[in-house]
Design a protein around this ligand. Structure first.
Ligand code: ASC
Length: 143
C-alpha cells in the first residue's frame, strides 16, 4: 500500500515536472503548422514539383492543425515566451488575426482540392501575410 502510494506520488510529480507549459505546447503546434506550410512553399516557389494529391494532403493537414496553437494562449502564459501582452490586452484584435488566418487556410485547402495553382499561389501568399501581420503585432523579439 505504502509503496503504491509512493509510486503514484512519483508519477504525479514526474508528470508535473515534464509536462509542457502552454507556451511550449503552442510553439510545438506552430512548428507543426510550419512543416506543412514550408513543404507547400517549396512547390509554390517552383523548387519542388507540383504533385496535386500530395499538395492537397498537405493543405488538408494544415487545415486540421491550424487552429490548435490558438487554444494554448491562456491569460498568464506570457512568461518565457515571445508572446506580447497585447495578445490579452487587445484580445479582439488577436482573435481577428486568428479568424483571418483560419479563413485563408480554408481557402488554400479549397484551391488545393481544386488543383488550381493560380488560386493556390494567391491563398498561400495571403496566409504568409497573416503570419507576418500577427507576428508584427503580437510577437516580440527572440530571447
Ligand atoms: C513563414 C514563417 C513565417 C511566415 C512569414 C511570412 O514561413 O515562418 O513566420 O512565413 O515569414 O511573411
Amino acid at each position: 500500500m505504502k509503496s503504491s502510494l509512493l509510486l503514484l506520488c512519483t508519477l504525479l510529480c514526474a508528470q508535473s515536472v515534464l509536462a509542457d507549459t502552454p507556451a511550449q505546447t503552442r510553439v510545438k503546434e506552430f512548428k507543426t503548422l510550419l512543416r506543412s506550410f514550408e513543404s507547400m512553399g517549396t512547390v509554390v516557389r517552383g523548387r519542388d514539383a507540383y504533385r496535386p494529391d500530395v499538395f492537397a494532403r498537405q493543405a488538408a493537414t494544415l487545415k486540421a492543425d491550424a487552429g490548435k496553437p490558438f487554444a494554448n494562449f491562456p491569460a498568464g502564459s506570457q512568461a518565457n515566451s515571445r508572446a506580447k501582452a497585447e495578445i490579452w490586452s487587445q484580445n479582439a484584435r488577436f482573435k481577428n488575426e486568428q479568424a483571418t488566418f483560419l479563413q485563408r487556410v480554408d481557402t488554400l485547402d479549397a484551391a488545393a482540392r481544386a488543383k488550381d495553382m493560380a488560386a493556390i499561389r494567391i491563398s498561400y501568399g495571403a496566409i504568409a501575410q497573416s503570419c507576418k501581420s500577427c507576428h508584427d503585432a503580437f510577437r516580440g523579439p527572440a530571447k
